[in-house]
Write a protein that binds this ligand. Structure first.
Ligand code: BDR
Ligand code: CA
Length: 322
């Protein structure tokens, strides 16, 4: 059995990622730690609870994390995810924030990993601020982790937020730098280009969302804005360079909960550019091994897309009992 802690900035694709984890057999979700990102932290907290409510899993502990990046100026992605971060379709009966745990996210990560040494996988689908703070609290964290999965960064200079920067890394470059430098556990990265290469065709999305379940109806509602945006000519031309819907965070989560999904990855040392007028926040791949880093990451190259689609289908129609 796997045990998981998920740092999210819920977010439409974060919601999908959480639902994929909930539907995975033999995976126990220890907690969800929230971080600023797609939308301000208060929305992230609400959105996360909304997703858990739809899945009937409000028993999963949710933690309040960092509301701002370490050094960078905060930014959000309201154009794509909606001002509320979840497609701007509010739920008047959304669960209240009194359900949140008292402990803060970085402390919670440290505690959960300490109590389950060698068993916890962290899946990070947001800016990496909570993780960077957690490792300052406990520098031995990586030794006790089973693995780390990240959605973020890029393998060439194609950005989705700045000219060369992917949202999660560019939103908190210092945090991304610290995490890539110091998390020496097995680390798997689903980059922006990887997500573009594996984007989901519209025909699949229609079939996926047409399922007759409450979870499918919820997903259809919250994903409408971002899916429409992803289909627009401008977005296709300027941003995604893919032909469909980029399920970004969901690839990282799906690979974490199903170790047969990833078919190819490249083991390489990576870091993050912290300066540069156009390149701040961009992931740097050290092909020539000039940085002499001992720790290498697994940069995802390909997945079994049919298996991935099946996991998405299942996550909207499986029961989420404990
Ligand atoms: C990442 O940024 C966010 O908008 C998504 O949720 C994903 O984590 C993609 O660059
Ligand atoms: Ca995200």
């Amino acid at each position: 059995d796997e045990e998981e802690v998920d740092p999210v900035d819920t977010g439409v694709d974060d919601a999908q990622a959480v639902m994929v984890a909930l539907a995975a057999p033999d995976v126990e979700i220890l907690g969800i730690t929230c971080c600023h990102g797609n939308t301000p932290l208060e929305n992230v907290l609400k959105n996360t609870l909304r997703v858990l409510k739809v899945c009937n899993r409000l028993d999963i502990p949710v933690y309040r994390g960092c509301s701002v990046p370490l050094l960078a100026r905060k930014q959000h992605a309201g154009d794509y995810h909606g001002k509320d971060g979840l497609g701007d379709v509010p739920d008047p009966d959304a669960p209240g924030l009194e359900l949140l745990q008292k402990r803060k996210a970085p402390q919670a990560i440290v505690k959960m990993v300490k109590e389950n040494p060698g068993e916890v996988t962290l899946v990070a689908t947001a800016p990496l601020t909570n993780l960077a703070v957690a490792i300052q609290l406990d520098p031995t964290l990586p030794k006790k982790l089973k693995a780390l999965y990240i959605m973020g960064g890029n393998t060439d200079s194609r950005g989705n937020t700045t000219v060369c920067g992917e949202f999660n890394f560019v939103t908190d470059p210092e945090a991304a730098y610290i995490v890539l430098d110091r998390f020496t556990c097995p680390t798997y990265i689903a980059t922006w280009e990887f997500s573009c290469r594996n984007s989901l065709p519209r025909s699949f999305c229609d079939q996926w969302l047409a399922q007759n379940t409450e979870k499918a109806a919820f997903m259809k509602k919250i994903a409408r804005l971002s899916m429409t945006k992803a289909q627009s000519a401008d977005y296709q031309k300027e941003i995604t360079a893919g032909k469909g819907f980029n399920a970004c965070d969901t690839y990282a989560m799906a690979a974490a909960v199903n170790d047969t999904l990833l078919t190819e990855s490249e083991e390489i040392a990576v870091t993050v550019e912290l300066e540069g007028t156009y390149t701040r926040g961009m992931m740097v791949l050290d092909y020539m091994e000039l940085l002499k880093k001992k720790h290498k990451a697994f940069v995802m190259k390909s997945v079994d897309l049919e298996k991935f689609k099946q996991m998405l289908m299942d996550c909207l129609n499986r029961n989420y009992e404990k």
